[in-house]
Design a protein around this ligand. Structure first.
Ligand SMILES: [Zn+2]
Ligand SMILES: [Zn+2]
Length: 394
């Protein structure tokens, strides 16, 4: 099959590799019909995630048709149409039984590597380094899906793939971010980042009863999409604009009830950007937490900070004293995908949301290396790239 392979920092190539095969009785093989590039794939692209190996297959947002199932799979059969969540969960451990699927203790065979590096391991992820399980990703024509009765859900409507695909990650991730923001009816919610997760967080905040959502970004095309979700757009690159002051002005001086950091560790900071870049280069700091610093500063006293943006390690100059002094609530973490697939699919089927609204680029698999660059550079007003792995040429 053809597959998108990580060959090194900023080096992505499409190769012909062996088709995946059933290894365990609980596996399924999925023939992938649509897949996508995620913002978090850019952390791999830019070389921020350790334990990637040359030739690793990328991608964790995919859907398709069941090609083959192992002898232990009960819920799926050949021919079923499914969407696959990006976190791999066993369904049986303490964490899975507590519905904390992204903390699954059984799915990562390389948990010891993550534990040595970080002191803990979360669930395994598709296409996201050996430390996170070493599973081949879904930017390919086929993928092996372990614990196939636990992760994928069957799609029994005839909605197009593009309306279903984002159940694999960004739609539940944005939704859980809004849920974690503890939104009360009529609340004001500010969302840092109008990328895919930020946009789904903005749309979900309204679904959960927000009165006003403010989206903060600097790219006009992203702010336009946020406005299409009903959000008030705040362009932080406007000269003389101070985000914290602007948010105070919009909230009667208090600050937003909830702030969502949908940016994460690769923020483009203006004030402390050089400081963080130097420290990151010297390995004295792993992340650039500009957005996190701002959300803590901006949120009203007693408000909630929700963090779907990915952080990798140790942060510097985060004002924990302000977080304490203001008595804020913080919720964060990798999405517990399996909780959300069914209820969020219901919302799509009921027409409450069309998740395809943010797709800007549709490419065949051979064009994926170029698409990574376009997406990373935010060139051509790129917001979300969807891949047809069977379309070989442009
Ligand atoms: Zn993703
Ligand atoms: Zn588990």
């Amino acid at each position: 099959m053809r597959a998108v392979c990580w060959m090194g920092k900023q080096s992505i190539e499409v190769h012909t590799v062996p088709d995946p095969a059933i290894l365990n009785p609980s596996d399924a093989i999925i023939r992938i019909t649509r897949t996508a590039i995620c913002g978090s794939d850019l952390h791999l692209y830019d070389g921020y995630i350790p334990t990637m190996e040359s030739g690793d297959i990328l991608g964790h947002e995919f859907m398709g048709v069941v090609e083959e199932v192992g002898s232990g799979v009960k819920k799926l059969k050949r021919g079923d149409r499914v969407v696959v969540p990006f976190t791999i969960a066993c369904g049986n451990c303490f964490f899975c039984k507590s519905h904390l699927y992204s903390a699954c203790d059984n799915s990562n065979p390389n948990a010891h590597i993550a534990e040595a590096a970080y002191g803990y391991s979360g669930s395994a992820l598709y296409g996201y380094s050996h430390m996170m399980g070493g599973y081949a990703g879904g930017q390919a024509q086929f993928a092996r899906v372990p614990f196939a009765d636990v992760g994928p859900i069957k799609i029994e409507n005839d909605l197009p793939d593009e309306k279903i695909l984002f159940l694999s990650d960004i739609y539940p991730t944005g939704y859980m971010a809004a849920e974690n923001a503890n939104i009360q009816p009529g609340d004001t919610v500010a969302v840092w980042g109008a990328g895919p997760v930020g946009l789904f967080a903005a749309a979900s905040a309204y679904m959960l009863g927000a009165g006003k959502v403010i989206s903060i970004d600097r790219f006009p095309e992203r702010l336009k999409l946020a406005e299409a979700c009903g959000a008030f757009a705040l362009d932080y690159s406007e000269p003389d604009l101070n985000v914290i002051e602007a948010l105070k002005d919009l909230t009667g001086g208090n600050g937003p009830d909830s702030c969502i950091d949908a940016v994460g560790m690769e923020a483009h900071g203006e004030t402390t950007g050089v400081y963080d870049k130097v420290k990151q280069a010297l390995m004295m700091e792993t992340d650039r937490p500009t957005a996190l610093r701002e959300v803590i500063q901006a949120v009203r006293k007693g408000g909630t900070v929700s963090i779907p943006g990915v952080y990798g390690g140790v942060l510097d100059k985060v004002n924990f004293g302000a977080a304490f002094g203001k008595g804020i609530i913080m919720k964060m973490g990798q999405t517990h995908m399996q909780r959300y697939l069914r209820p969020l699919l219901d919302r799509v089927e009921q027409g409450q949301i069309d998740p395809s609204f943010l797709i800007t680029h549709r490419v065949g698999i051979e064009e994926v290396p170029a698409a990574y660059k376009t997406f990373r550079d935010k060139a051509e007003q790129c917001v979300k790239v969807v891949i047809d792995p069977w379309r070989l040429a442009a």
